[in-house]
Design a protein around this ligand. Sequence first.
Ligand code: ADP
Ligand code: MG
Length: 624
Amino acid sequence: MSDIIQLLPDHVANQIAAGEVVQRPASVVKELLENAIDAQATYIKLIIKEAGKTLIQVIDDGLGMSDTDARLSFERHATSKIKTAEDLFELDTKGFRGEALASIAAIAHVDLKTRQEKDEVGTTIQIEGSEVVTQEVCVTPKGTSISVKNLFYNIPARRNFLKSNTVELRHIIDEFHRVVMAHPFIRFDMYHNENEVFNLPIVNHRQRIVNVFGGKTNEKLVPIKEETDLVTISGYVGKPQYAKRTRGEQFFFVNDRYIKSPYLNHAVNAAFEGLLKEKTHPSYFIYLTVDPKSIDINIHPTKTEIKFEDEHALYAMLRSSIKHSLGQFNVAPVLDFNRDASMDTPYDYKGKVAQTPTIEVDRSFNPFKDEKISGGSSSENKTYTSFKKETPASWENLYVGLESETTTPKQEENSFSSVEFESAEVTGSLFEDNEKQIGHHTTYQLKKKYIVTTIKSGMVIINQHRAHERILYEELLRNITMASAVSQQLLFPLVLSFTTREIELLNTVKEQLENAGFVFGEAADESVEISAIPSATSEQEVPMLIEKLLEDLNSEVPESGYSQTDVLAKSIAKSIAVKTGVVLPAEQLQYMANSLFACTEPTITPDNKPTFITLTVDEIDKKF
Ligand code: ADP
Ligand code: MG
């Protein structure tokens, strides 16, 4: 029989290797981020489109590559990180196999731009399915930008195998978490479909964890610290009472590399023995530093599993150091001086608790009370309860607030909370020297949609729905953070049906909902009882409101940017804001305008749409 064995062509070998290295868009994200870190970047930007299916781009300000290296970097087994087999035992880089770029280039359209600091111009290379399409000189900032487009375009089976965007994005965010938490000294930004998902400044480990998982995380962490000849252990475990039903936040890092280790996970659980409720899992963020010689990372292509030389000793040390910390914590609660309250909600309401106004307000005052709203068919006969009196009652108050800043600082303490005060500053120019006119302003409703009012420089046209959304959003944020909402008791509790999955989701935000003014009664397997609702909502809109909320919570990227509180406030505000088509009586128009300009960010809705426009007299003059 003749010889039948032949060497596979490179591009086929690369595609096969890609199968191991690149399972999904998240794998590409991991490899590119790691390359940027290895290139000593201090600022790394991740840009994703369509959950990575159309674009994954990583831009770094690292060392960059020469033109020859740029070309070579796509060859298989091409690496600058090791030279000899011995180097494998001295690794201080993430990569070393020289496979990632070759694999990625075999199954996508890749666009590379790179420049070293010493060079005046850089290199750009386009590769499609391992074929170099172009290589040219180009003008580009120092560092490297790699765009990976149309992943698996030439392997339809793999492309079809990808999950929904929500699932793939979740995988990407998981990888992103793992990388950014190991490297708090590098700044990271992440964008998805042009929206900023993360913006992580350079901080310490604890703050990075808090920035990633939200302000509430801080108080849940117990630090651990242990130093022996074998290993240095540092990081945090979650307090037992915050253990979760899902194993979400469990992270081991070894020499700044995220790893999976069922064995060490067992050690952590052993340390928590007797402290956890059944079926709950502790959070942990544990950083181990060991001699690179004592580990073998080379056992898996994605390098998330490693072998320790002395696993048993490590197990024992980890368990005892966590036990020790938990014990200490039980005796003396941990004081934390690094706390940054502004991380809790967008506008730092938490920090403002101390400044809660002492001014007397008539809490029963409600300009919307018992007003039958006419117009808009769906809201016919609906009673609208709305803003509370804490917002200034007229333009004059706004003006007084402004004035007190410069002339009578004492008054400021006595005036409304600084939330309003700050905003008065923002829109200050609008009302400047407007004192005389203020008393005579006129406010109209236009087409059951806009609120029109005059200011010194001309006129303001406010979108009633959007403005109300902004007002309610800030009020909800404040209420949820400071647990200061006012509830209205329902005569008969509402019983709403949900799936178990929905109830689970509701449970994750129960505390915030209670802070917002909901009171829950009995929860059965598939229904929830609500006995009180926020004073600004009406009973009829609650089912729809909760349904929308569940939808929003579901589609929102988990733990992105601000907390769930933000998602919650946005969603509820949108649901209960007065709709277009609703006729508003004069005092409500006035109230709406006043409350809007008392907001911290009056110009836009929570999802960045303009709430009002101004038309200056100049602009009007030009039209004549
Ligand atoms: P590895 O990281 O295992 O060395 P890769 O295929 O990921 O293999 O990258 C190949 C080589 O390309 C790296 O060794 C490095 O020299 C170079 N390289 C890749 N990405 C970058 C980057 N962002 N900045 C500078 N050099 C890079
Ligand atoms: Mg690499």
